[in-house]
Design a binder for this molecule. Structure first.
Ligand code: GDP
Ligand code: MG
Length: 599
């Protein structure tokens, strides 16, 4: 058929196992190196956005592979995001492929992300080409890594291709394996259009640019299309392929990977996972598995300077233009004033957005502790969802509370199993599987853990306990009941709403203690002692005091040495920018994150 010489595939791997390096080597061997930086084929408008520093997602790359016998193949190499926050996007990118290269670092073996990514590929019925990478390393054990792949995921060790993205060794074997083992796309070109959106970005002039995989039928300029889940219609302006950059073409038909511009102004109308079809000639069924982008982690963002409220809103609006998974709505805090409650796909997503707001938009922000979405059933029978501790009802009004759980995969050397299991127990984890692999030297742990318990410093703790050797990845699996309470924090006898946290009943005292101690440390001394208290339903469970200045301390600081005084003033000025005034007490940003530091 006409698609016999097309191969659509992706490279998946645990972080640092060599995905980018191998992709570059493949590009180089197929004569496309350098083109990645050659931008003349890219739309001008993209150039503009690049200058403004707006992140453009990495596009797929279309490559030509000429086999020794002269036969030519089109390779569409589709990139996937490399973080668990974006696993749904990864899964949709994989749905656009027929196969994957599953990379494993020969000196590291199978890691947690290797497993989770492999399962995403298996769930999408993809052909997996196992590649044992970095075989040039002195510590490489290619056979051992291949054996682990077989033990953990069931991929036959004998299928593995040994390679090095660094030296290029084995790369020709990888290209051959792509042709031989990854099937060409199939799909009826004469059928009504059916195309999967696997990524998109917003362009100020063209509107939303959709990255699509055409499954059936074809699409070209002037076509009237329907976005099935959004139930919106548009007229196609342009279609094209990636080479790299966006190259305008005539038509995309079944099997093709390309882009579509259709004057779509709102990225929320064109979400990843949605299906394109003809407005008149419709496909019978949308591509399965569509999930509207749904934030799972929420945090309040407040400008340190109240005058920046409008600037913050404008910045959030701009970011949202290009990010269907990010949400925000105005919120008011008694303590922090006017701000926004923001929703993210995960902690990394939250960090990225916060950093962009501070760097690109020059905003100084106070962020409240991240929270998950709780499902609360009241004694009245009413059910509601909340991700805002300030809105969490008191215990007497609650019939039950449910919280999100994750399935957590951890891979680690055997000697750290004890302490890691202890950490997981502290985080209310329940073991579901424990597998010894690699002749018993390494262990795969699968736990079910409340999502809220790994939001804070879990990853850092895991790494430090295992001297950096443990790796983790997770997926959200659903809601379960939990005995959860709201802990309020009072500073100088005033409740600071933005500091409230929701914790499990067994942890209220411990956490209350830690928060008040930490806050007492970071709140600057006043002329009078300041009480800091943790409170549940009016009952004080922990208390600490910010001691008053002593006169001689003041004298020491502000007398004498001019440069020292200047330094102190400088420091104060900086600190002030990140503080909020509570009555006469200033509370620094650090205090709002006190809840996050459990050590
Ligand atoms: P990614 O996170 O999977 O994209 O990994 P990168 O391609 O960024 O590689 C991570 C690190 O491993 C970098 O320091 C690379 O230089 C190194 N690396 C990648 N491939 C190889 C390889 O085949 N051999 C060796 N020795 N190092 C490699
Ligand atoms: Mg990379």
């Amino acid at each position: 058929g006409p698609t016999a010489n097309i191969r659509n595939f992706s490279i998946i791997a645990h972080v640092d196992h060599g995905k980018s390096t191998l992709a570059d080597r493949i590009l180089e061997q197929l004569g496309a190196m350098g083109e990645r930086d050659k931008r003349d084929q890219t739309l001008d408008t993209l150039e503009l956005e690049r200058e403004r520093g707006i992140t453009i997602k990495s596009t797929p790359i279309r490559l030509t592979y000429r086999r020794e016998d002269g036969e030519e193949y089109v390779f569409n190499l589709i990139d996937t995001p490399g973080h668990v926050d974006f696993n749904y996007e990864v899964s949709r990118s994989l749905a656009a492929c027929e196969g994957v290269l599953l990379l494993v670092d020969a000196s590291q073996g199978v890691e947690a992300q290797t497993i989770v990514n492999a399962y995403l590929a298996i769930d999408n019925n993809l052909e997996i080409v196992p590649v044992i990478n970095k075989i040039d390393l002195p510590a490489a054990d290619p056979e051992g890594a291949a054996a682990e792949l077989e033990e953990v995921i069931g991929i036959p060790a004998e299928d593995a291709v040994f390679a090095s993205g660094k030296t290029g060794q084995g790369v020709p074997d990888i290209l051959e394996a792509v042709v031989k083992h990854i099937p060409p796309p199939t799909g009826d070109r004469a059928a009504p259009l059916k195309a999967l959106i696997f990524d998109s970005f917003y362009d100020a002039y063209q509107g939303v640019i959709l990255f699509v995989r055409v499954l059936e039928g074809s699409i070209q300029a002037k076509d009237q299309i329907l976005l099935m889940n959004a139930d919106k219609t548009f007229e196609v302006d342009k279609v094209g392929t990636f080479s790299p950059g966006l190259v305008v073409g005539q038509q995309l038909s079944a099997g093709a990977v390309g882009w579509v511009a259709a004057g779509i102004k709102d990225i929320h109308d064109a979400q990843v996972g949605d299906t394109l079809t003809g407005r008149e000639r419709r496909t019978a069924q949308a591509f399965p598995g569509f999930k509207p982008a749904q934030p799972v982690v929420f945090s309040g963002l407040y400008p340190t300077d109240t005058e920046d409220y409008r600037k913050l809103r404008e910045a959030l609006e701009k970011l949202k233009l290009n990010d269907a998974a990010f949400s925000f709505e105005p919120e008011t805090s008694e303590a922090l004033g006017f701000g926004f409650r923001c929703g993210f796909l995960g902690l990394l997503h939250a960090e990225i957005i916060q950093e962009r707001l501070e760097r690109e938009y020059d905003l100084d922000l106070i962020a409240t502790a991240p929270a998950v979405v709780y499902r609360v059933t009241l004694t009245s029978g009413e059910i509601f969802e909340t991700q805002n501790p300030a809105e969490f009802p008191t215990r007497d009004r609650i019939s039950n509370v449910e919280e999100p759980y994750i399935k957590l995969h951890v891979m680690l050397p055997e000697e750290y199993v004890g302490p890691v299991m202890q950490l997981l127990q502290e985080r209310r984890g329940m073991m579901s599987t424990m597998n010894y692999v690699g002749q018993g030297k390494r262990v795969e742990l699968i736990y079910e853990v409340p999502f809220a318990e790994i939001l804070y410093d879990f990853h850092d703790r895991l790494k430090s306990i295992s001297r950096g050797y443990a790796s983790m990845d997770y997926e959200i699996i659903g809601y379960r009941e939990g005995d959860l309470r709201k802990v309020d924090i009072m500073v100088n006898n005033e409740v600071i709403d933005a500091l409230a946290v929701i914790v499990h009943e067994t942890k209220t005292y411990g956490l209350g203690r830690k928060i008040v101690d930490k806050m007492a440390e970071v709140i600057p001394r006043q002329m009078f002692p300041v009480p800091v208290q943790a409170v549940i339903g009016g009952k004080i469970i922990a208390r600490a005091t910010v001691k008053a200045f002593r006169k001689d301390v003041l004298a020491k600081c502000y007398g004498g040495d001019i440069s020292r005084k200047k330094k102190l003033l400088e420091k104060q000025k900086k600190g002030r920018a990140r503080m909020k005034q509570f009555g006469t007490v200033e509370v620094p940003q650090e205090a709002f994150l006190a809840v996050l530091s459990t050590e």
